[in-house]
Ligand binder design. Structure first.
Ligand code: FAD
Length: 462
């Protein structure tokens, strides 16, 4: 490891984790001239097939796309993605309706397959010069001696010299555990108390051709108050459905629906339009695990200039804003830019990275929790719908002063912390204007405009 970091020689980097964030970070760093060694626990998914265990598909939004553009990968990723123009809400009774995200297709999100995206990113990392070491799991790290111990698929340990360590090894990060044992990081994990299970809607057959069983260009939601299902489209015509439920202590919960027989009766009651679209319901329900959901907070993301955590390893969040990967991708650009700034050594860059990104990670963690309530509950709530309608009218009338928080998070690069704060201020004004009313038409738009312009500065750009 070069001893002179300051401005002269680039340190070599040892990346732990070749998931979405690690693979993209590796690419960005290698392209900036760093020597990068990446250790990934799993075998090479390009040979062995992708064995994820986490969600099968993900919503990619502007922040993630922006990061992919820095690595010239956005177009390729979008070739394998399905556009989602808005939320298609399926109430228990009555017709479903599409709530568009933006006025046109410039504001859409994209459903991408996790496995395909990971493979594409690993290919890019390799092409950029990253040395990939698959089937090598981090077992321990000696930060003083700058060595790590990895264990392979056969249980064989070996010691490896490590450059500057960066942990992109996800929510259960082994590097984080090693750092915490060396210097406590102030770790706090808040369990949501709800879990998730994935089910599949296969393509429907019609005219001898496969087609989507539901509107393909939408994120589908079946809100039911304390719980919900969502479905995201896959390119080959299927949808991945995710059921979110309390883990236990209530009915329905995963504890009260221990098997497909109980769950099918519940679905017949609560999701009568969805159940017939899942022909392998019993098999999916009984064989797919219940995933747990938590938010992870750390006081410290780095150990001076020796080790840093990024992505889920530093700030895992619940998935209800569809921003975990997007946030992790935004991290990669911020970090690569800081490391590349001349005159900054690694310790400076890591400290600055945490200073800039932690308020944003905290903000998106908060907004993701709030969005669960909104998705499962308020999308069918008349007061929420009135606020939405009034907001939409104001977005058109005074775009300089009003943009829905969801759009600030999903379609801009403004810091998450700004979106959280601005969203709160806007929401307070909308509530003040509506009072008890659930009818946006009762609000005088000229007065609303005057109130927003006097109470809030124009929106920031970015
Ligand atoms: P991971 O993707 O977890 O990757 C970590 C990598 O490290 C893995 O490859 C793992 O094998 C490897 N690893 C682990 N331990 C070791 C070790 N000891 N040694 C070496 N390697 C190791 N985000 C969105 O933006 N949009 C969405 O729609 C969305 N939906 C989601 C739905 C669900 C149900 C869940 C659970 C999450 C969702 N997310 C979404 C969040 C997203 O999945 C994560 O934020 C993202 O995967 C984080 O990437 P990462 O690379 O930091 O971690």
């Amino acid at each position: 490891i070069p001893s002179t970091e300051r401005g002269m020689t680039k340190p070599s980097i040892t990346l732990i984790g070749g998931g979405l964030v690690g693979a993209l970070l590796g690419t960005l760093l290698a392209r900036r001239g760093y020597r990068v060694d990446l250790f990934e626990k799993r075998t090479d998914p390009r040979r062995a097939g992708f064995a994820g265990g986490r969600s099968i598909n993900l919503a990619l939004a502007e922040r993630g796309l922006h990061a992919l553009r820095q690595a010239d990968l956005a177009d390729e990723v979008l070739e394998h993605a399905v556009m989602m123009r808005g939320r298609m809400v399926h109430p228990r009774e009555g017709a479903s309706g599409l709530q568009r995200y933006g006025v046109d297709d410039s504001e859409v999100i994209w459903s991408v397959a996790r496995g395909g995206l990971n493979v594409l990113l690993l290919d890019a990392a390799e092409a950029a010069g990253v040395q990939l070491h698959f089937g090598q799991s981090l077992a321990s790290a000696d930060f003083d001696a700058r060595r790590i111990r990895v264990i392979d698929d056969h249980g064989i340990h070996r010691e490896v010299e490590a450059g500057v360590l960066i942990g992109a090894d996800g929510a259960g990060s082994a590097l984080r555990a090693a750092m915490d044992a060396h210097t406590p990081l102030g770790l706090r994990v808040e369990a949501l108390g709800h879990g998730y299970k994935e089910l599949e809607i296969p393509p429907a057959q019609g005219d001898g051709r496969a087609r989507f069983a539901l509107e393909p260009n939408a994120l589908h939601i079946w809100p039911r108050g304390g719980y919900m299902c969502i479905a995201l489209p896959n390119t080959e015509g299927s949808f991945t459905v995710t059921l979110f439920l309390p883990a236990k202590g209530a009915h329905p919960s995963f504890a009260s629906l221990p098997d497909a027989a109980h769950a099918a009766a519940f679905f017949r009651e609560d999701f009568p339009d969805l159940l017939p679209l899942i022909p392998n319901f019993a098999e999916d329900y009984d064989s797919h695990p219940v995933g747990t959901l938590s938010t992870l907070y750390l006081d410290r993301w780095h150990l001076d200039g020796r080790a840093l955590l990024i992505g889920d390893a530093a700030h895992a969040i619940v998935p209800f804003h569809g921003q975990g990967m997007n946030c992790g991708f935004e991290d990669t650009v911020a970090l690569a830019d800081l490391l590349a700034e001349s005159g900054r050594d690694t310790a400076d860059a890591f400290a600055e990275f945490q200073r800039i990104r932690q308020p944003d990670a905290d903000a998106i963690a908060q907004m993701a929790l709030e969005n669960y309530v909104e998705m499962r509950d308020s999308v069918a709530d008349p007061h929420y719908l009135a606020k939405r309608e009034l907001g939409a009218a104001l977005a058109e009338r005074i775009p300089s002063h009003y943009m829905a928080r969801y759009r600030l998070v999903t379609f801009t690069h403004l810091p998450y912390a700004y979106a959280l704060e601005r969203g709160r201020a806007q929401d307070a004004l909308l509530r003040r204007l509506l009072g008890e009313s659930c009818d946006a038409k009762t609000v005088d738009l000229a007065a609303a405009e005057a109130l927003f312009k006097s109470a809030l500065p124009p929106l920031a750009h970015g």
